[in-house]
Design a protein around this ligand. Sequence first.
Ligand code: BES
Ligand code: MN
Ligand code: ZN
Length: 499
Amino acid sequence: MKINVKKGAIDKTAADAIILTMFQEEKELPADVAAIDARCGGIIGEVIKNGDISGKPSQVSVVYIKGKVPAKRIVLVGLGKRNEINPEKIREAFARAMQSLRNLNVKEAATVIDFSIMPNAKDKLIQAIAEGASLGLYQYNNYKTVGLEDVREIKQLNIVAGEKDYLLIDAEIKKAKIITDAVCMVRDLVSSPANDMTPSIMAINAMEITTRRNISCRILNREKMAEFGMNALLGVAAGSCEEPKFIILEYWGGKKSVAPIVLVGKGLTFDSGGISIKPAEKMDEMKSDMSGGAAVLGALAAAADLKLRQNIIGLIPATENMPSGTALKPGDIVKSYSGKTIEIVNTDAEGRLILADALTYAWKYKPAAIIDLATLTGACIIALGDDVIGMLGNDEGLKRQIAEAAKASGELVWELPLWEMYSEPIKSDIADYKNSGGRAGSTITAAAFLSKFVGDYPWVHLDIAGPAWRNKEKPYIPKGASGVGVRLIIEFLKNYPGK
Ligand code: BES
Ligand code: MN
Ligand code: ZN
């Protein structure tokens, strides 16, 4: 869907539908609503007075008007109570409003922004409206051939504005479009089945990002990884017929002399568990085990499009984890790229193996910070549920900045402790470490394992196992791939000091 800003007045705008917002428990109609209401004989005010519309969060009501307004319908969407408003409520409300219009088969809608909603954060208000409207309409139909004629699509949303706000709105919706395009790209990559999203295909998608300015890509193949000694990554790949790829994206948007931020994303294009094979039920969802890698691709694409003045490196170890005669076996020991040895006690704890080599590779850049995103542990879903990212790390400042970006973006994080005692369970009798510390606290022991490969660099690990893949929809996140991570990382990068 396209979002445009148009100069004009909403009560004189022709449209299939006009979206207007309202707060709960407010007697007086917002100015724009009142203007339209006055022209249609007070019908909106009457419906509200009758209690049909209350303004509860994301409540959508369609009012058909027959008056002196050129629009066909008014769609009133509730924002809840004024003193409880935040960007998340706005994203949700606009997602629901747009979905209602899509159900009505509306092709073009209009809206107007009531800046009294968040008078001190006009930019954030516009961003939230654009994000909610776009992300809520996402649908993945790449593999459908039957019933396509029933697929409905809204083509355009026009934001009607006066002279004063036109430029601000225009600038903000352009930025929001870059971000939502990246989120939807990530959703597409993750939704794509593993037979069409192999490590090689992921690498091609990474190469395609480099049509932007200041961004380049290098792919290491199996031979090169062997030369470097990336045996933890190669070990995970050993059971698969698909060649692993180590994807390196570099975006130099700042001064070359400034140390970059390295983003590392787990790129398991399919995780069967390997010899420690997973149960059949829900194994299909493990095509989403490359969500961290996809988020890194999306973040770099968006950073380049937004022309952020930062240096950002994306590292994505991409492989399948498959059982076969050549696969890693429990008890095997590999020498990682760092030189440290790892005893494989469970081949299903593969994410930390490929991340170990990628985190070691990050050292080449003497990074200002390392952030990894990974669908690392099922235990993180047990601990925090489907909506929240587990955060662990070694640097208080970096964690705080991520937590602030999380609040602003609505991609919530919650910190788990990374105390020294969590390194006990991953000690091996015969190697330096083992790759699993068992079930107890396994989100944390997994992070403890990663911490052995980050040296002294400021580092944050984001376990996105919960939110990456949804079994239930949310207002602006459909079932399936969420595209989580892009909005969080971009918000973090925008505010990162030293630009
Ligand atoms: N990719 C999985 C984690 C996962 C599970 C993500 C379910 C999303 C949904 C990871 O590779 C894995 O298998 N982890 C194991 C670790 C265990 C063997 C120590 C887990 O969480 O069970
Ligand atoms: Mn696994
Ligand atoms: Zn995995």
